[in-house]
Structure formats: C-alpha cells, structure tokens
Design a protein around this ligand. Structure first.
Ligand SMILES: [Zn+2]
Length: 288
C-alpha cells in the first residue's frame, strides 16, 4: 500500500474504492475495506502488523466501500453513519450490490472465489455498524483524533474522516480524482456544499474515494464536474428534450476514464447520471 504520511496507508490502484488505514499509539483504524476478497484479507493482515484494529469506518454505503467488511469480522468495532447503516448492502432497482461484488471475482480476483460467501451466509452477518451515529462523531484513538464529518451529497450517509494529526482527510466518493463521477444516488446541491466543508479543513493530503491521492485544490475540479453535469441536463430540460434524448445527447465520457477495473461501466454511468438528474430536475413538474 502507498504510505501517505507517517501513519496513513492507502491503496489507490485496485478495483474498488481506495481502502486505507491509520496507525496510532493504541492500534489501527481502517477507513473503507477492499471490495476484492483476497485484497481485504491481505489488507487486514498488513494493518494488524501495526497493532490490533480498533475501528473499521465506512465513508458510504456503496458496495465498493463496504463489501470487504465481511473479511474484517472480529477486527475492531464497525462505525457507521445512520445513512450507511440503513442502506448497507440493500439491493436497489438499478443495482444488486451482492451480485456486483460477485461479478468482479472471475476477472479481478479469481483466487477470491474460494472465500466468496454464499448470499445467505453473507447476509447472516455482513459485519455492519456496531456504533451508529447521526450528525458528526469524534473518536480519540491513542494520540490520534478521527473527526467523522457528515458530508451528504454523493450518498445520504456520506462522511469524510479528518485526521488532524496527519493533516489528512478521507473523503469517500465526495471526490472522484481524475476518474468518472457516479451521480445516481446523489443530491448534487448537497454535494457541492460538502465540498466546501472539506475545503475548510487544514490538510495536506486528500484521499479520494477513487483515483490518485490529491489535495484540496482538486475540489475545484470536482465542483466543476458536478455543476457541468447539472447545467447540461437543466439545459436539456429547458429545450424540451425527452428523457431518452437527454440520455443520448448529454455525455461526459470523453472527460475521464472510469476507475480501475470498471471500464465496462462507462455507458452505465453516463446513462444513469443523465437519467437521474433528468428525473430530479423534472420531478416538480411531474408532481403537478
Ligand atoms: Zn466508490
């Protein structure tokens, strides 16, 4: 894994999110778990070399940030915002998170097949939150502070984890660094304010949900991506385009690649980003 600071380690080159851990004088805190089974087991082993794992924190409920919790059972207390806890691995109309985790195994982690659970075994104990909070939460572990800041927008239960002693913030998917942004379960207006919450932190390193580790300067790029998407779909609605026309014509595929291992999802992302914004921007009219 990549060493970001004296005590922060992160992995930005795997399929899935950027799972990370922080070492303290009293054990280790994990922030998001690897989606791929063998990588989850390996990261747990590596983290435990620095001491016992005290907490596993997930920044959001999307499968690529939480599925690996299964392989961290018995390793510390799992901490979730209420919004993460309520949606943890719940199948939605567009995506069955368990099937999505299974689909990655043959291509990205064939050796993981041997430790990939049956669906009912998995759901009997997926290792979800034991501490569940609303608002913000501060944890003190050894000589480190973990400020869990509610930053909804990408998802309702989204948090950022600020570790002031390391001058680091983990943003989850509030920041997609140099890769495609997934908008479907999002509230773009809330998301833009979440960027300002993060901008106000005094940090040197920003560990995004996906893509290379960056700095708070990148928040300007993320804001532009969100505003451009929203403006483009708003303009489509103003021109009277149908949902289908909007999906066909509003497309930012040329802007960035999709994060590692999910290149085949480009069409899905473009379609659902445009469709979800179209539905939100026309909802008030449809309700009349
Ligand atoms: Zn993600």
């Amino acid at each position: 894994m990549e060493q970001v600071t004296a005590n922060v380690f992160s992995e930005a080159k795997l399929r899935g999110c950027n799972p990370s851990y922080v070492t303290t004088s009293d054990g280790v805190v994990v922030v998001d778990t690897p989606q791929l089974p063998t990588r989850a087991v390996a990261m747990r082993r590596e983290a435990e070399r620095h001491g016992p794992i005290r907490y596993v924190i997930n920044t959001e409920h999307h499968v690529d940030h939480i599925f690996g919790n299964y392989y961290f059972k018995g390793a510390g207390t799992v901490v979730h915002h209420q919004g993460v806890f309520d949606r943890f691995m719940v199948p939605g109309p567009e995506l069955d998170p368990f099937a999505y985790a299974a689909e990655a195994i043959p291509t990205d982690d064939p050796e993981g097949a041997a430790i990939f659970p049956e669906r009912d075994v998995y759901y009997a104990d997926p290792n979800k939150g034991q501490i569940v909070f609303t608002g913000d939460l501060t944890l003190s572990v050894g000589d480190h502070t973990f400020r869990l800041l509610h930053t909804p927008g990408h998802t309702p239960g989204q948090i950022a984890v600020h570790v002031p002693e390391e001058r680091v913030v983990f943003t989850g998917d509030t920041v997609f660094s140099e890769c495609q942004t997934w908008l479907m379960t999002s509230d773009v207006d809330q998301w833009v304010s979440a960027l300002e919450t993060i901008r106000a932190l005094d940090v040197d390193h920003l560990v995004p949900g996906h893509g290379p580790i960056t700095t708070t300067k990148y928040l300007d790029v993320q804001r532009a991506v969100l505003l451009e998407w929203k403006a483009a779909v708003a303009a489509a609605v103003a021109k009277g385009w149908s949902r289908e026309e909007t999906i066909e014509r509003v497309n930012f595929a040329d802007r960035y690649p999709v994060d590692i291992g999910q290149e085949y999802m480009m069409g899905y992302i473009q379609t659902l980003n445009a469709a979800s914004l179209y539905d939100k921007l026309t909802a008030a009219a449809a309700a009349r």
